[in-house]
Ligand binder design. Structure first.
Ligand code: ADP
Ligand code: MG
Length: 726
């Protein structure tokens, strides 16, 4: 028996918000209980194994096989106490999701019995029989092997009955096949290039960390309604749907009271996240109806990114328990805001100094200015590449679509820092930058007001905004792996810092005073960033596009072309200098990116044509038939149809919309076939970008039909239901 749409809606409304179980522990007691963190290491490892492992984590020292066995033994003991039965290497292939292959710990003991075994070699390395992960041609059949290798800097954790070991995923020849490997290389590069600069200020610094604080946006949809929207189920977004009369115009959802069922979901999600050591901090309703956000306390970038991957998986599972489905797609609904994942990024030393926050004194401020200005110079030089790092078929609906972020990477500094930079240009080299208002300190000619430290103005249209102690990169898509963006950002900054240091050394060699030499190197850079990358105006305006072109910023809005920035000569040179990617890896990744882009659009096109033919046209024709029957009846009774102008007009409009649909579907099929015949992945992606434009046109007659056709016949849950049932 088929269930009608109205029945589905009714049943979804009847769902009661499940009460979440009260917990009898404090969150600090459950935090990290499923993570083999430092506390567990101390408890479960022998002292020599512990100190070797800590050296490996903190100082990058190699771990010998014997120690690995001891570490594995400790982990096994801990895991068995948690009733773990399976182990998996957990990695992040280029599919934008995580991969795992579970194995039990069971082995024959040689005496005919079975025992649980987990040793150093299973901890350190695995060879997943996974030849079908995207690799862009790197894994030709003769070298088809891929290896996962333990990343000791991200702790092992337990999910359900499985011990998960975070790993990198590389080919037989050592090339990266995942997101984690290049991110780790970029983090190493930025540490190595920042370190010599930090040591000029404090010789005791021995490590520079890159930090990430992500803000995950998402939608929740009732699972019964979701199940009857083929488009949502297969593509993660609605390919059709007329805008609901009420959407986000009243802005009444943003920061509003969290609905009961949603609050119960959030609580369950947060408890589980806390047990996995994810320091969840903020939750709130977002701008669009049924849209929400979760943000943790920021952390070291590699770990924070793993945690985001874990959280995205958790969200999907826990939403189901509350009869929701979580949508991580960048644009699930037309006409209202999509979802992004702001990446708050900063650099800091192991001595506790945030390099992107004003310092305690003029010297600290000089260090801050060095990192601020050089970060902006890196973003300026590689603005097209940074955009490429967030380009995907899903994010294409946001980039350039009059919604955060615009498809031009510029930076917002705020009034205070802009003024500071202008003053630095005007004043003699070496002028100290003071914090204003500090007692007992002479107020200097260039100063940062103390209040600035926690009071920065905001420009929501800027893709790369300075917010007082960090940059907020706002262009990352909600479903993306943050590593894509962070690899580019950290690599570009690393490269620029190295360049700065060598320029500085040259000036110092001329015998200049340190402060003077620094400013002599920085001044032309400051002048350039003020002219080019810094922009405080409206990023959505038409004038900005023209102005950005004049400034030489990349204004491309076509995703396949954006992606090409990865293999531009200056990008390849930068990645090779920093050791983050080889030319071959970059080429391979672009193949994967273009391919994924094409495949996603092809799937959407297939789903949409089938829905047009199987769902929409039959509903339209059914309504038309009813109208025609009414007209016939009217003719029988009154001998004419004079009083039937509504029916007549409706029949006429339905007929012409159905005809338009038929023609468009045929043309779409032809365009799909044509894209399938493209000679290479770039041209295929370009052709599929044309297919995507057709999809936008195809929804016009469908959405119009939704407005006309009898509500009781319409076969799909509507926006007003998908977005307002919670
Ligand atoms: P917003 O007002 O931008 O929505 P949120 O409070 O939602 O801010 O998120 C801000 C994020 O920035 C949090 O994840 C927070 O931990 C992170 N953050 C704060 N300071 C830093 C920093 N120095 N480096 C990186 N991330 C940071
Ligand atoms: Mg936020």
């Amino acid at each position: 028996m088929s269930v009608g749409r109205i029945d589905l809606v009714r049943s979804s409304f009847e769902k009661k918000a499940p009460l979440s179980e009260p917990i009898d522990k404090r969150v600090t007691d459950i935090f990290g209980e499923l993570v083999f963190d430092r506390a567990k290491m101390h408890k479960y490892l022998e002292p020599d194994a512990l100190s070797s492992l800590l050296d490996c984590i903190d100082k990058g020292k190699a771990l010998d096989r014997k120690t690995a066995d001891k570490v594995a033994a400790g982990m096994k003991e801990w895991a068995l106490e948690h009733h773990v039965t399976h182990v998996t290497h957990w990695f992040q292939p280029l599919t934008e999701g995580t991969a795992e292959k579970h194995e039990t710990m069971l082995e024959y003991d040689g005496l005919g019995s079975i025992e649980e075994r987990f040793d150093g070699s299973s901890l350190i390395q695995q060879e997943p029989d996974a030849s079908s992960f995207p690799n862009g041609g790197i894994r030709a059949t003769f070298e088809a092997r891929g290896y996962t290798a333990w990343d000791p800097t991200s702790p092992v954790f337990i999910q359900g009955d499985t011990l998960c070991i975070p790993t990198i995923f590389v080919s037989y020849t050592g090339e990266a096949l995942d997101y984690k490997t290049p991110l780790k290389r970029a983090l190493k590069a930025v540490c190595e290039s920042a370190l010599p600069i930090c040591r000029l200020f404090d010789p005791s610094v021995s490590k520079v960390y890159s930090y990430l604080g992500w803000e995950q946006e998402y939608f929740l949809v009732d699972e019964a309604l979701y199940a009857s929207r083929t488009d949502l189920m297969i593509t993660g977004r609605t390919l059709m749907g007329h805008m609901s009369s009420k959407s986000q115009q009243l802005a009444d959802h943003y920061f509003g009271a969290i609905p009961g069922r949603v609050a119960a979901f959030m609580r369950d999600l947060e408890l589980e996240a806390l047990r996995l050591g994810i320091p969840v901090k903020t939750r709130h309703n977002e701008v669009a109806p049924n849209q929400f956000e979760l943000a943790p306390v920021f952390g070291e970038a590699n770990l924070a990114n793993d945690q985001n991957q874990i959280l995205m998986n958790l969200m999907a599972t826990i939403a189901r328990k509350h009869s929701f489905v979580v949508l991580l797609h960048e644009k699930p609904f037309e006409g209202i805001n999509g979802s992004g994942k702001h990446n708050n990024w900063s650099l800091g030393t192991d001595t506790g100094v945030n390099l992107l926050a004003p310092g305690k004194d003029a010297r600290g401020n000089l260090q801050f200015i060095i990192f601020l200005v050089n970060s902006l110079a890196a973003v300026q030089k590689h603005n097209a590449l940074l955009k490429a790092s967030v380009a995907s078929s899903g994010n294409e609906h946001r980039l350039g679509g009059h919604e955060a972020p615009p498809a031009i990477i510029s930076a917002f500094l705020g009034r205070t820092m802009t003024e500071v930079l202008h003053k630095l240009l005007e004043l003699p080299s070496g002028t100290p930058v003071e914090i204003a208002g500090k007692k007992g300190r002479k107020v200097g000619p260039v100063e940062i007001p103390e209040i600035f430290l926690d009071n920065t103005d905001r420009n929501r249209t800027s893709p790369f905004a300075f917010t007082g102690n960090r940059f907020e990169f706002r262009a990352v898509g909600s479903s993306a792996n943050c590593a894509g963006a962070l690899t580019v950002l950290n690599a570009a900054v690393a490269d620029r810092l190295t360049e700065f240091k060598s320029e500085l050394d040259k000036e110092l060699a001329k015998g200049k005073k340190f402060e003077v030499a620094v400013m002599d190197v920085l001044k032309p850079v400051i002048a350039s960033i003020i002219d080019v990358i810094c922009f405080d105006g409206n990023g959505y305006s038409e004038e900005w596009v023209r102005e950005a072109e004049r400034r030489g910023l990349d204004t491309c809005t076509c995703v396949p072309d954006m992606i090409a920035a990865y293999t531009a000569p200056e990008s390849v040179a930068m990645f090779e200098r920093t050791g983050v990617f080889s030319g071959r890896e970059l080429q391979a990744r672009n193949e994967v990116k273009w391919d994924t882009y094409s495949k996603k659009i092809q799937i959407e096109a297939k789903v949409m044509s089938r829905m047009a033919v199987n769902h929409i046209i039959p509903a339209a024709l059914e309504y038309k038939a009813r109208l025609l029957k009414g007209l016939n009846d009217n003719l029988g009774v009154f001998g004419n149809t004079e009083n039937c102008t509504f029916e007549l007009k409706a029949v006429e409009e339905i007929s012409s919309l159905v005809e338009e649909l038929r023609i468009q579907v045929d043309e779409l099929q032809a365009a799909l076939a044509d894209a399938g015949n493209a000679p290479d992945s770039y041209s295929a992606a370009m052709k599929n970008s044309g297919v995507a434009a057709r999809l936008r046109r195809l929804r016009v007659p469908i959405d119009r039909l939704e407005e006309i056709v009898d509500n009781r016949i319409w076969p799909l849950p509507k926006y007003r239901e998908l977005l307002f049932i919670s």
